[in-house]
Design a protein around this ligand. Structure first.
Ligand code: HEC
Ligand code: HEC
Ligand code: HEC
Ligand code: HEC
Length: 266
């Protein structure tokens, strides 16, 4: 059995989310796609992979290689899950939630599809190859479909995470979307002010969490997040003749963000 597990991380259920992501995809379809005059979407039957990629680029990048039927099936499953929940059919809702949670950023998304970033230099990911930080560590992957191992030179660099953790609007789309922009603040604030640690150093190594990449929901990350200094003192203050001298408290709170970016990312 493979010892690497990120099953508690949001990557392991990146369409369901907290579970806030799946409902927000439906909102994007209802409030966005169906209202836009040039989107070509009047009903769910008109949805294509291209429409869902404005979210799936980062939440399920492998959808790019699927058919439009798969895109429509995902949306139908989310709707059925919402309906079962509303109608109190909890067994059905749990089953459907499991199906939605199985759509994720799994091993092969990071170690194959997204692994090679500078493709003109490093080549295009091959279907039979698993890419690791070095050609030897990649070998501990236990998936039978991959018989070759190779190095992904940038897997250990922040740019790898930056592919999905965003810099701003995704201008490559006919209708740019924007969600996560944390990689932008990492580059333009943290690195620009001399910060030198990578996403992997903080989130995978210093935290001790490895593939279980976490944020404020974990005590390991919270312990690394802020320096907080609190000072309090009491004073007496002469307010006016009627009320006389009143005690007041002065509390000074200084917070220093020790992460590599803004928090929260919104
Ligand atoms: C293929 C795209 C992709 C890549 C590559 C990726 N992430 Fe993520 N990451 C996501 C998505 C999407 C979510 C949120 C899923 C959700 O909640 O719907 C997420 C969530 C997270 C979270 C949890 C955020 C929270 O609010 O709790 C952390 C931490 C994180 N990623 C760190 C990293 C780090 C570090 C790397 C690089 C080693 C990385 N990610 C690489 C797409 C990606
Ligand atoms: C550029 C990549 C990217 C795109 C495009 C993108 N997201 Fe996200 N999204 C992320 C990442 C990464 C996170 C989590 C990290 C964070 O909070 O900083 C996230 C977090 C979220 C969250 C909050 C997390 C949760 O589990 O509740 C929701 C909701 C969400 N995305 C919905 C959407 C929807 C809907 C779309 C399409 C309209 C979309 N996103 C497009 C990368 C993206
Ligand atoms: C969100 C992206 C992401 C996902 C998903 C992911 N990995 Fe990784 N993996 C990485 C990164 C980044 C590194 C390099 C970390 C570093 O810089 O040390 C890595 C390193 C590794 C390594 C070598 C170093 C080590 O920790 O032993 C192995 C083996 C590995 N991953 C296996 C897996 C397996 C198996 C899965 C699925 C259960 C998986 N990975 C899922 C991003 C990911
Ligand atoms: C210097 C250490 C450090 C570096 C570098 C760093 N992080 Fe973080 N990150 C943290 C800590 C600590 C937290 C927990 C704080 C929180 O979520 O409130 C965090 C939180 C997050 C969150 C959740 C944000 C939210 O809305 O609360 C995401 C997503 C994330 N990091 C991704 C990344 C990615 C991607 C990179 C690289 C581009 C990166 N981090 C670089 C330490 C770091």
């Amino acid at each position: 059995m493979c010892m690497i597990s990120g099953k508690n991380s949001l990557h392991s259920h990146s369409i369901l989310g907290t579970p806030g992501t799946a409902p927000t995809i439906i909102t994007a379809i209802e409030m966005g796609l169906k209202n836009f005059p040039y989107s070509g979407v009047k009903s769910d039957d008109d949805l294509t992979v291209e429409h869902l990629m404005i979210c799936a680029k980062c939440h399920l990048p492998q959808l790019e290689d699927a058919t439009d039927d798969v895109a429509r099936e995902i949306v139908a499953t989310i709707r059925a899950w919402q309906k079962a929940g509303k109608e109190g059919d909890y067994d059905k809702a749990d089953d459907l939630e499991e199906t939605i949670a199985s759509l994720n950023i799994g091993c092969t998304v990071c170690h194959n599809k997204m692994a090679l970033i500078h493709k003109w230099a490093d080549g295009y990911p091959q279907p039979d190859t698993v890419y690791g930080p070095s050609a030897t560590t990649a070998g501990s992957h236990d998936d039978e479909t991959f018989d070759k191992i190779a190095e992904a030179p940038a897997l250990g660099e922040s740019i790898f995470c930056g592919q999905c953790h965003g810099t701003g609007p995704n201008f490559e789309f006919d209708h740019p979307s924007q969600c996560a922009t944390l990689y932008g603040s990492y580059l333009f604030s943290y690195v620009a002010h001399g910060g030198s640690e990578s996403c992997q150093e903080c989130h995978m190594h210093k935290s001790g969490l490895g593939h279980d990449m976490q944020s404020y929901k974990s005590k390991e990350m919270i312990a690394m997040a802020f320096d907080i200094k609190v000072e309090g003192r009491s004073l007496f203050w002469r307010k006016n003749k009627e009320e006389g001298v009143l005690p007041i408290g002065v509390i000074n709170v200084e917070m220093y963000n020790k992460t590599g970016h803004v928090v929260p990312d919104d």
